[in-house]
Design a protein around this ligand. Structure first.
Ligand SMILES: Cc1cc2nc3c(=O)[nH]c(=O)nc-3n(C[C@H](O)[C@H](O)[C@H](O)COP(=O)(O)O)c2cc1C
Length: 219
């Protein structure tokens, strides 16, 4: 089954896994469309939950929004309009608001996508009529889709930043947003990421991942 996979390829994958980081500031030189297409193709072959996808061929959709496009302006307007309600709900639940959230509340969306040349939105069809325990499956599928795209982008030296605000604002239920994307409102869960070459001056923050020795237990 895995005859074609060599040790070199396995080692290369490990290098890419280690190189993968969040990039939050981008160069204004856009990657070419072929590279973006390769990233999207990686997302489309990510695993999916069979319940929402059953009998469907359109269970995952990808929409690319270039910076400076009229679609991007519309998306920014939709986010600005949807945010106050979300922020009010967070306050009601005493949820912690990051400095980023506070900026958004004041209507400042300049750093939302780190000036990335492309925003990639993924939409995954929701499972309907199944027990509530299946309700998260489309979101889990979206995470795999995002991660496939993240790893492919890394392999092409293209930076990637998740934009979870699309998840939190539940934009799959926002009519204006769904019309813009050309998807049926309420039928899809949404996630998004910003992609582009890292800004030359961008400095990666130090992140300490759990180490194997103290965080792995073999029973
Ligand atoms: C579920 C989830 C949501 C995330 N949402 C965002 C986000 O909206 N914006 C962002 O810049 N990073 C987001 N991240 C990235 C994490 O902040 C990041 O992976 C973590 O800080 C480790 O840094 P690294 O990706 O550079 O290794 C998210 C990560 C996960 C797993």
């Amino acid at each position: 089954m895995f005859e074609n996979i060599s040790k070199t390829q396995s080692d290369a994958l490990e290098d890419i896994l280690k190189a993968r980081r969040s990039v939050r500031a981008f160069s204004n030189i856009p990657p070419d469309k072929k590279a973006i297409e390769q990233i999207i193709r990686a997302g489309l072959i990510a695993p999916f939950a069979s319940v929402p996808a059953k009998g469907k061929t359109d269970f995952r959709k990808i929409i690319v929004i270039p910076a400076g496009s009229s679609a991007m302006t519309k998306i920014e307007t939709i986010i600005k309009a949807a945010f106050p309600k979300h922020f009010a709900e967070m306050k009601e639940k005493n949820a912690m608001a990051s400095s980023f959230m506070k900026k958004l509340e004041s209507g400042d969306i300049t750093h939302l996508f780190g000036n990335a040349p492309y925003l990639i939105i993924a939409a995954e069809r929701r499972g309907k009529g199944f027990p509530f325990t299946y309700e998260t499956e489309q979101s889990i599928s979206l995470s795999y889709c995002m991660y496939n795209m993240w790893l492919k982008a890394t392999s092409l030296k293209i930076g990637f930043k998740l934009a979870s605000i699309f998840v939190h604002l539940k934009l799959g239920n926002n009519r204006e947003f769904c019309e813009l994307l050309g998807i049926q409102c309420g039928e899809y869960a949404i996630d998004a990421c910003a992609v582009g070459y890292p800004d030359d001056n961008y400095k990666l923050p130090q992140v300490n991942y759990p180490d194997y020795e103290s965080n792995t237990t073999w029973l």
